[in-house]
Design a protein around this ligand. Structure first.
Ligand code: CA
Ligand code: CA
Ligand code: CA
Ligand code: CA
Length: 181
């Protein structure tokens, strides 16, 4: 079982994925999320970044359906999602197998100039893509840029992403990885 604190974080992820707010993760959510990312990053629809993102997102969506859709109705309910995350986040093995790969695929797509770090512009677009405001994105950038060099490194982002999923520390800034908890 995950602690209440970690469950709350998992629920936050579910709420983000359930973009059309019908209580389950379904195909309609994917196009809505991808459209929103494209909008925040100014990707032209059907362009290279947009297509890569949709492809990566759909791939991971299909993987999620494959492992989490217990009753095989083609959608993932909140209960199914939480059961899957509870199993996946039990230890590092599950995290590296089920949770991290999504980010490995997304990072190069949102790194607009392919230099391996996220500029403030890219990071704030990314954070707004999780349906947060400009002001929240600015604040999140400050928390995330651990060494204050004005960019978000791979290491900084991955540390936060890992801690968001695995940490029990309620004071750790990572708890707001997807927006205020
Ligand atoms: Ca939905
Ligand atoms: Ca289901
Ligand atoms: Ca960059
Ligand atoms: Ca930095």
């Amino acid at each position: 079982m995950l602690s209440d604190f970690r469950l709350k974080k998992v629920r936050k992820v579910f709420d983000f994925y359930d973009a059309n707010k019908n209580g389950v993760l379904d195909l309609g959510d994917i196009s809505s999320i991808c459209d929103h990312f494209a909008e925040q990053f100014n990707w032209s629809k059907g362009g290279e970044r947009d297509s890569h993102f949709r492809k990566a997102f759909t791939f991971h969506w299909n993987k999620l359906i494959h492992v989490a859709d217990d009753n095989k109705d083609g959608v993932v309910s909140a209960e199914e999602f939480i059961a899957h995350y509870t199993a996946a986040l039990k230890d590092d093995v599950g995290y590296y197998r089920y949770i991290k790969p999504f980010f490995d695929d997304i990072f190069p797509i949102i790194d607009s100039d392919d230099d391996g770090v996220l500029s403030k512009k890219d990071y704030t677009a990314f954070f707004r893509s999780y349906r947060n405001s400009d002001a929240e994105a600015e604040a999140a950038f400050k928390r995330m840029d651990l060494n204050n060099d004005g960019v978000i490194s791979h290491y900084e982002l991955y540390t936060m992403y890992y801690n968001f999923h695995m940490s029990e520390d309620q004071n750790d800034a990572s708890k707001d990885f997807f927006g205020s908890l």
